[in-house]
Design a protein around this ligand. Structure first.
Ligand SMILES: Cc1ncc(COP(=O)(O)O)c(C=O)c1O
Length: 446
């Protein structure tokens, strides 16, 4: 193509140039799913078809889409201050947002480091954990412990502690010195559970085995999602997180919660840490902080962790880490407006109140052809479909396509597992609509 024609090629029907992330590009470009607009619970396609959002964007649009106060805050901020340097300088809203986030977090989790995504939040937390031990003279604590079936984003730190084979196997040797706890899911003991399964707390004791193998003095941190979202909604077994916390305490190991999905109301609380009464040492957040409207992530650290860095000459940087767009003004403005909406519309409480109705609606899928399990917690559900022989993931992909094209519904897939997690403003009628549509899809792909 000549340069002169290039602008002409920039039409919506030219799909070639964009390499879509985590998407089978050839299949997508054969039957694209294009979204042009959104409002509240709905997307709109370029030809104006309304599509119900069963996934809050990508687990992020917890307030619903294009909410007026967030839109207004972003546009006001763009006119007032587009950008100011993130290192050695700061703008007022960054302090305000950090204080608001700290106030939502339990215990002495009260120091907030900003970045731009969940992946960056995870890498930031892992680096803070390593540096924390280092500045305290325990530099031999370098080992990081993740968990099978975990998703911690796509940075090298995140995929190293993550537990999804396809996210790891193409990318070389990853970080050295990482070990993994077993996944907490077991269909035989947990199938069709609403909320936290009774079976599985003992799986936290695997940390004792890992400590015995490597020695506690070599282990820096354990990172887990309180509820693993991306691999299909795996709520923690009752008592599991408490047990992890007490083993970490026993050996001086930091506990990191990756709350990129569970933060900001998904489980009916500001953070899952509150739901489970377990306070981690570091908490990663992203997604819901701005309801998805502007990229933002962050890490909340306990006071003592932050204090451990505040030594040495005062003109010297304490933590050699940060991003050009840390605490970006547009993200802070969107974050403050989103937090106002969560508070004013009591959206976390709303999620809690709707949880049992949502779970009941999800369980209506039990017994449909090919449904192996349905799990729910907060306003999220995972539905395992039986894979087709020799075509793992095909039924799931077809379900997502049919949901969008035939049922005007967005759902998420992880292989043959469907995930549903609507905005927290979802009405009871829309909950019923989501699961009715999903039932039709499941029958259609049987
Ligand atoms: C638990 C968890 N951590 C990290 C991430 C990565 O976030 P991002 O895609 O913003 O980098 C995700 C994304 O879904 C996630 O679910």
């Amino acid at each position: 193509m000549t340069k002169i024609n290039a602008p002409l090629a920039r039409q919506t029907n030219d799909l070639d140039a964009f390499w879509l992330p985590f998407t089978p590009n050839r299949a997508f470009k054969r039957a694209p799913r294009v979204i042009a607009r959104a409002k509240d619970m709905h997307y709109f396609t370029p030809d104006g078809r309304a599509v119900l959002d069963g996934l809050a964007g990508l687990w992020c649009a917890n307030t619903g889409h294009n909410r007026d106060p967030i839109v207004a805050a972003i546009s006001r901020q763009a006119a007032e201050l587009d950008y100011s340097a993130a290192f050695h300088f700061a703008h007022p809203k960054s302090f305000e947002l950090a204080s608001r986030v700290a106030a939502l977090a339990p215990g002495d989790l009260n120091r907030v480091f900003f970045c731009n995504s969940g992946s960056e939040a995870v890498d930031t937390a892992l680096k803070i954990a390593l540096a924390y031990h280092n500045v305290r003279g325990e530099g031999a604590r370098t080992r990081l412990i993740g968990r099978e079936r975990a998703y911690h984003g796509v940075g090298f730190g995140g995929i190293s502690v993550g537990g999804i084979v396809n996210n790891r196997k193409f990318f070389g040797t990853l970080l050295a010195g990482v070990d993994h706890l077993p996944a907490t899911y077991n269909r035989e003991h947990q199938a069709f559970t609403k909320g936290e399964p009774a079976w599985g707390a003992h799986l936290a004791d695997e940390l004792e085995r890992i400590v015995a193998l490597h020695g506690a003095s070599t282990i820096a941190a354990v990172i887990v999602e309180p509820m693993a979202g991306s691999t299909g909604v795996l709520p923690p077994p009752k008592g599991y997180l408490e047990r992890l916390r007490s083993i970490c305490d026993k050996y001086g190991i930091l506990l990191i919660f990756d709350e990129v999905i569970t933060g900001f109301g998904r489980l009916g609380y500001a953070f899952a840490a509150e739901r489970y009464g377990v306070t981690p040492d570091l908490l990663c957040f992203a997604k819901g902080i701005t309801a998805g409207a502007v990229p933002m992530g962050g890490v909340i650290a306990r006071q003592g962790l932050y204090d451990a860095f505040m030594h040495g000459p005062e003109h010297v940087i304490e933590l050699f880490h940060g991003y050009t767009y840390s605490a970006h003004p547009l993200a802070c403005a969107a974050g403050l407006a989103a937090l106002d909406l969560y508070r004013d519309e009591k959206l976390f409480e709303r999620a809690k109140r709707l949880e049992s109705r949502f779970a009941d609606a999800a369980m209506t899928l039990k017994g449909l052809p090919g449904v192996l399990d349905v799990r729910t917690v907060g306003l999220s559900a995972g539905i395992d479909l039986a894979p087709r022989p020799d075509a793992a993931g095909e039924r799931g992909y077809e379900a997502m396509e049919r949901a969008f094209h035939d049922e005007d519904l967005v759902i998420r897939i992880a292989g043959d597992t469907l995930a549903i997690a609507p905005p927290l403003i979802v009405s009871e009628a829309q909950i019923a609509e989501i699961f009715d549509k999903t039932a039709r899809v499941i029958r259609a792909v049987a």
